[in-house]
Ligand binder design. Structure first.
Ligand code: FMN
Length: 338
């Protein structure tokens, strides 16, 4: 059986979303997908509370740490800290368009400074043994993507980077919010496909607007990997088919009911160590997407899950509500069939 590397399907770095609890939920749905952390700035890694910023459950591998920054020595030191904390890959953010990030001269505005990105990557690569990778846009503002994308990739490749995630649209740094910058600039998948054709030795992962596994599999005809962001977050259940459909493993899919059961021991452990239930259940709201009872599921978790001292009984009640709604629908379907 062919074995595929983890980057064949990854879940995107998403600030405030892809935190350690979210990743542990995604991990019970797929053993194989590569999971990215939220972006952490190199300064925070070096000076902040590392347990809070970098800690994660041992069962979460493979997991990549995304760094934000533009100072090579600082990024190298932060990468080393990330490696020591057990991350399997260190990624540099060259795609975030927020004002805060621009004033720090990192994120998407680095698309204008490809040599600086290459210097950062060379310093990081020299500091760690795990792979160092770049997540970028195809360009910013009035840049010509045919030029900006290839220049960024080529200079970083010369600096030793072998793997790139390309969010297949520009970022417009003036006038659009970060949210609009994820939807408004048009997607250019053919450019990313061409990048793979013309740089066949590099690992190219495509990102941006990919809604489901059917489209992911179609993309994998052209590139080495697909990164899902919002689709995986809003509908985590789709990850339950990834190991079989994307990684070709001879395993059963994980449905959303099973996922909750598999996640419960993790939740119990976190509750015992003082984590609030809502810190975990907020990432579970997209489970049972499209099933009758999904609304009751969300309502119970959001209303009861946030109460002080909320425990796993809230999750059990919410699951029971979905189960009841599903059973009721099945009973109605049977009645009609008879
Ligand atoms: C809430 C949110 C936070 C994000 N934070 C980051 C981040 O920290 N680093 C990053 O590189 N991209 C970040 N992104 C962008 C995603 O990684 C991804 O590139 C983008 O959502 C497009 O992919 P999608 O269409 O599959 O969601 C964020 C996206 C969202 C929705």
């Amino acid at each position: 059986m062919q074995t595929f590397p983890p980057h064949r399907l990854s879940v995107a770095p998403m600030m405030d979303w892809s935190d350690r609890h979210c990743r542990s939920l995604h991990r019970v749905l797929s053993r194989r997908a590569l999971l990215y952390s939220e972006m952490v700035t190199s300064g925070a890694v070096l000076n902040g509370d590392r347990q809070r910023l970098l800690g994660f459950d041992a069962g979460q591998h493979p997991v990549a740490l995304q760094l934000g920054g533009s100072e090579p020595a600082e990024l190298a030191a932060a990468a080393k800290v990330g490696e020591d904390w057990g991350y399997d890959e260190i990624n540099l953010n060259v795609g975030c368009p927020s004002d805060r990030v621009q004033s720090g001269r990192f994120g998407a505005c680095l698309m204008r400074e490809p040599q600086l990105v290459a210097d950062c990557m060379a310093a990081m690569a020299a500091a760690v043994k795990v792979p160092v990778t770049v997540k970028c846009r195809i360009g910013v503002d009035d840049q010509d993507p045919e030029q900006s994308l290839f220049e960024l990739i080529d200079l970083s490749a010369q600096a030793g980077v072998a793997s790139f995630v390309v969010h297949a649209r520009k970022a417009w740094l003036k006038g659009l919010s970060p949210k609009e910058n994820r939807d408004v600039p048009p997607l250019d998948y053919p450019l990313v496909h061409r990048l793979k054709r013309e740089r066949p030795d590099l690992t190219i992962v495509i990102n941006g607007g990919i809604p489901d596994l059917d489209v992911s599999l179609a993309q994998l005809e052209h590139v080495d990997g697909v990164m899902l962001g919002r689709a995986a977050y809003h509908e985590p259940g789709l990850l339950g088919q990834v190991d079989r459909r994307v990684f070709g493993e001879d395993v059963s899919d994980i449905d959303d009911f099973e996922a909750v059961e598999l996640y419960k021991p993790y939740m119990a452990g976190q509750l015992a160590s003082g984590v609030h239930l809502a810190a975990m259940t907020r990432h579970m709201l997209g489970l049972f997407h499209g099933l009758p009872g999904a609304r009751a599921w969300r309502r119970i978790l959001t209303v009861e899950g946030v109460k002080a001292g909320a425990g796993l009984d809230v999750v059990d009640r919410a699951v029971a509500a979905v189960r009841q709604a599903v059973d009721a629908r099945e009973a109605r379907t049977l009645e009609v069939a008879e």
